[in-house]
Design a protein around this ligand. Structure first.
Ligand SMILES: [Zn+2]
Ligand SMILES: [Zn+2]
Length: 150
């Protein structure tokens, strides 16, 4: 199973790569780990504007975290590229395509049968998977306009 780095290890990951965990990078990281929905880079930059974290800084930090596997890239129902913080342990995100709310579900043993089948038929030694599930959340299904992100 691919180890997705728990949040508290981000400093260790950056240190190993010789990348400083600057105040601004920390702020960007905290923004994404504190968000309850998938967020675009532009929205993150807008939210941090008054904290003197520039859009270019946010953009570069998100790219860096994504390259390091610390933030996952997902899409909403309109194809907007958003980012979400990593899961702790074996879980997967269920993402609302309209309001981008993210629910984490426990993935323990979820694809065991499929992985065993693939291993048998292909001869691969399977060690992990990457899974995102998309849908429309109950609020959006009920058409509550207040929950929508525009
Ligand atoms: Zn929704
Ligand atoms: Zn899984």
């Amino acid at each position: 199973m691919t180890e997705i780095t728990p949040q508290e290890d981000i400093e260790a990951v950056l240190r190993r790569k010789g990348i400083p965990f600057t105040r601004q990078r920390r702020r960007v990281w905290e923004f994404f780990t504190g968000a309850d929905r998938a967020v675009t880079i532009t929205e993150a930059a807008d939210a941090m504007r008054c904290e003197a974290v520039g859009q270019a800084t946010v953009y570069r930090a998100v790219q860096l975290f994504n390259d390091l596997g610390l933030l996952a890239r997902v899409q909403d129902g309109r194809g907007a590229i958003c980012y979400i913080a990593p899961p702790i342990g074996h879980s997967h995100p269920l993402i609302c395509g309209i309001c981008r709310r993210v629910i984490r579900f426990d993935g323990e043993g979820d694809l065991t049968a499929l992985e065993a089948h693939l291993s048998e038929t292909t001869g691969f030694d399977i060690y992990g998977h990457h899974l995102e599930v998309y849908g429309i959340c109950p609020s959006c299904r009920a058409g509550k306009a207040g929950d929508h992100v525009e």
